[in-house]
Design a protein around this ligand. Sequence first.
Ligand SMILES: O=c1[nH]c(=O)c2[nH]c(=O)[nH]c2[nH]1
Length: 296
Amino acid sequence: MAIVLGPNQYGKAEVRVVAVDRSTPRHTLVDLNVSSALRGDFSAAHLTGDNAHVLTTDAQKNTVFAFARDGVASPEAFALRLATHFAGSYPWISGARVAVESYGWDRIAVDGAPHDHAFRRAGGEVRTAVVTADDGDLHVVAGLTDLVVLKTTGSEFWGFPRDAYTTLKETRDRILATAVTARWRYTGTGLDWHTTYDTVRTTMLEAFASTHSLALQQTLHAMGAAVLETVPEVAEVRLSMPNKHHFLQDLSAFGLDNPDVVYHADDRPYGLIEGTVLRDDVPAAEVAWQGTPGFV
Ligand SMILES: O=c1[nH]c(=O)c2[nH]c(=O)[nH]c2[nH]1
């Protein structure tokens, strides 16, 4: 019996690239998850560890970012460009598979008008409701999870202390993105639930879009405060907001500039900003929150 190497492929999976077009005040963005896999003669690497035929997965990742610098017309066009490039790059590479997932973003509407640089990820969010009956009282906590929002500008972060381990650069313009988990406690039990839910959700979205952010903490507070100001029947709002970091990708090694166009959307670790915004004249009802996993 001989042991032989069967079909194989290798590549970089899930390169998270975000490309922003800021050429006009009305920004557009493309948010992709790109995976490449190469096929061909890679037997030496498998059999002896000879990497002479291995176009590194690191280079494949870099190619995705570098190609995004020229714009991503469509997932299909981008995948075609990448696959053609990889398949033609070395004689021993016979083929390439490039898979692109494209995440849709809708503009957040503020006073009914689509915002220039604030977006909401299409789909995915979940509406929640928890009712607690306790000693004859009924408490209603409504909420939502995974309302993913992003601003391509209108966000700064600076003025923080610098200890021995602080390396973060101050920024006056960054991408701000988060997946909002929110719960809010109603004082009443006979509200128009759909209408009130829609009002709370819209109010949070508008506050996210309209607040010029100096910190995600400030945006969190602005969103909770806007809900309390708009909906008198809400007693408190609890928010959990991961800071979904977008790092400007350094393209200088490929002779390319990157004037705030191509970002790496990092999924972990992430800052986790959590807080409660409440009225001080409404009695607390801690029982309403019992059994809630995590902060919210
Ligand atoms: O809005 C932010 N709040 C922070 O607390 C923080 N920390 C950090 O590294 N980046 C940010 N951004």
